[in-house]
Design a binder for this molecule. Structure first.
Ligand SMILES: Cc1ncc(COP(=O)(O)O)c(C=O)c1O
Length: 460
C-alpha cells in the first residue's frame, strides 16, 4: 500500500468537479475515491489499494482494463485519422467496418443497419426518433406514444428521462417528453399477484396489452424495455415474458425496442439480451460493451422491417434529420472493433454464462444473513436486495446506510461493489474467472458478518 502522499494535491482539488447522479452539496464536502490504474479485472486507487472491479467501471469494461490490443487499435487509429464526420454521404473505414461487424454479430437478431452516436442515452434517443419517424413515413404520425416498464432506466436525455421508471428521475426535470406511459415490471420478489414465475410473466404481459388498448393501439409507437433491468435492480423477467411481449407488439403492429446498453455483447450470457429470451426486437440500443468503455460510443441497430422502409422512402419523408458530431467516431470505432474481436475470440457471452452461474451460487451462500431479502441475476449481472425484515420484505429505511456500509467493507477487503439505496449490484468484467468471483463473495461474507455483528452489539 502506498503512503498516499502523492494524492494530497489532487485531493485538494476535487471540489471543482460535480459528480453524476449525486448531490453537489454532499460531494463537495467528501473526498472521492480516486481510481488511478486498471489491469484486467483489477483497479488501483490513488493510494495504491487494489480492488476486484465488480462494477466493470459502470457495467461497461467487459473485456477488462487496459487490454494492449485495444490500446494498439486506438493509437494506430490516432496515427491514421483522429476524427472525421460521417454525415450525409461521407464516412471513414472504421465506422463502415464496425457497422458491418455489429450487424454480423447481431444477424441472428435480424439487426440490419446501425446508426452511431456517443453513448447509451444517445442510442435510446435515436431509437425513439427512428420509431416515431417510422410511423410518420407511413402516414401514421399519430403513433407517437411509448410504453416502458416501471423501474426501467433508459438514460438521461429528455426522451429517456420521460421513460425512466422511477418518479423522482422524471419529476426532477419536468415537464419531460409527453406520451410516455408505464406498466408493471415482472418482478418475482415484489409484485402483488403471484410467486409463480410463468403466471407473473403472463400477468405482466397482459398489463402491457391492457395499456396498449387503453391508449388506443393506433397511437402507440413502441414498447421499450431492458431484457434484464439493470440499475432498476437486476430484475430478471420470467422466461415467457419477452416472447409474450413480442406477440402482443406484433398483434397491434407496435415496434419493440430492446435497450441493450447493459446486456448487449454478452453480459446476460448471450450476444444480445433479447436473444437470451429467444426474441427478435425491431430496434436495439447499444453502448457500454460495444467499446468496453475504452472510448465513449453508442449505436442504434434496426431490423429489416425498419431498414426496408427507410431505404425505400425518398426525402423529405425518409430524411433522418438526426445525428451527432461524434457519430461513428473513428477512434471509438477502432476501439469497438478491437473490443468485439475479444468478445468473439474469448467467447465472453459463454464465459458470462458459466462464471455468472458461479457468481449467483456464491451470492446464494449469503441468503441467511438477516438483511438479505432477494438474490437474483443472469449472466454476469446480479443484485442483492437488502430489506429491513425478511419475512415481511419490509424495505430498508430510505436513510439506511446498510448498503453503503457493506460496500465500504467490501472495498477494505479488495472488491469494489455498487450500493444503490437498498441494492447491492454486481457487474464484473466478462473476462472474470471463478477465482476472481470468489474474492467478491469472500469480501461480501466479511462485510455481512461485520455489519451484522455491529448491529447485534448495538441492539444488545
Ligand atoms: C439500460 C440503459 N440504457 C441507457 C443507459 C444510458 O447510457 P449512458 O450513460 O451511456 O448515456 C444506461 C446507462 O447505464 C442503461 O443502463
Amino acid at each position: 500500500m502506498a503512503d498516499g502522499q502523492a494524492t494530497r494535491p489532487l485531493n485538494d482539488r476535487t471540489k471543482y468537479m460535480w459528480h453524476p447522479m449525486s448531490s453537489p452539496m454532499l460531494t463537495h464536502n467528501q473526498t472521492p475515491l480516486i481510481i488511478e490504474r486498471g489491469a484486467g479485472v483489477n483497479i488501483w486507487d490513488a493510494d495504491g489499494n487494489k480492488y476486484f472491479d465488480a462494477m466493470s467501471g459502470l457495467w461497461c469494461v467487459n473485456v477488462g482494463h487496459c487490454r494492449p490490443e485495444i490500446r494498439t487499435a486506438i493509437t494506430d487509429q490516432l496515427d491514421q485519422l483522429e476524427y472525421h464526420n460521417s454525415f450525409l454521404n461521407m464516412t471513414h473505414s472504421k465506422a463502415v467496418e464496425l457497422a458491418a461487424r455489429i450487424t454480423g454479430l447481431l444477424a441472428e437478431d435480424d439487426m440490419q443497419r446501425v446508426f452511431f452516436s456517443s453513448g447509451g442515452s444517445d442510442a435510446v434517443e435515436s431509437a425513439l426518433k427512428i420509431a416515431r419517424l417510422y410511423w410518420r413515413i407511413q402516414g401514421k404520425a399519430e403513433r407517437t406514444k411509448f410504453i416502458a416498464l416501471e423501474n426501467c432506466y433508459h438514460g438521461m436525455h429528455f426522451g429517456g428521462t420521460a421513460l425512466n421508471g422511477t418518479a423522482i428521475s422524471r419529476t426532477a426535470f419536468g415537464p419531460t417528453v409527453a406520451d410516455c406511459y408505464h406498466v408493471a415490471t415482472p418482478n418475482l420478489y415484489r409484485n402483488p399477484w403471484t410467486s409463480d414465475a410463468e403466471e407473473l410473466g403472463e400477468i405482466c404481459a397482459q398489463q402491457l396489452e391492457r395499456q396498449i388498448i387503453a391508449q388506443n393501439p393506433a397511437t402507440v409507437a413502441a414498447f421499450i424495455a431492458e431484457p434484464v433491468q439493470g440499475i432498476g435492480g437486476v430484475i430478471v423477467p420470467p422466461a415467457n415474458y419477452w416472447p409474450r411481449v413480442r406477440e402482443i407488439c406484433d398483434k397491434y403492429g407496435i415496434l419493440l425496442i430492446s435497450d441493450e446498453v447493459v446486456t448487449g455483447f454478452g453480459r446476460s450470457g448471450a450476444m444480445s439480451g433479447a436473444r437470451g429470451w429467444g426474441v427478435k426486437p425491431d430496434i436495439m440500443c447499444l453502448a457500454k460493451g460495444l467499446t468496453s468503455g475504452y472510448i465513449p460510443m453508442g449505436a442504434t441497430a434496426v431490423n429489416s422491417r425498419i431498414a426496408q422502409l427507410f431505404e425505400s422512402t425518398p426525402p423529405p419523408q425518409g430524411l433522418l434529420l438526426h445525428g451527432y458530431t461524434y457519430s461513428g467516431h473513428p477512434v471509438a470505432a477502432a476501439a469497438g472493433l478491437a473490443s468485439l474481436d475479444i468478445v468473439e475470440r474469448e467467447d465472453l457471452p459463454g464465459n458470462a454464462r458459466i462464471v455468472g452461474d458461479h457468481m449467483l451460487n456464491g451470492l446464494m451462500e449469503l441468503r441467511d444473513y438477516a438483511h438479505v431479502g432477494d438474490i437474483r441475476g443472469k449472466g454476469l449481472m446480479a443484485a442483492i436486495e437488502l430489506v429491513e425484515d425478511r419475512k415481511t420484505k419490509a424495505p430498508l429505511a430510505p436513510t439506511s446506510q446498510f448498503g453503503n456500509q457493506i460496500a465500504a467493507i467490501c472495498r477494505e477487503n479488495g472488491a469494489l461493489v455498487r450500493a444503490v439505496g437498498s441494492l447491492l449490484i454486481f457487474s464484473p468484467p466478462l473476462v472474470s474467472t471463478t477465482q476472481d468471483i470468489d474474492i467478491l463473495i469472500n469480501a461480501l461474507k466479511v462485510a455481512f458478518e461485520t455489519v451484522d455483528a455491529k448491529l447485534g452489539a448495538a441492539m444488545a
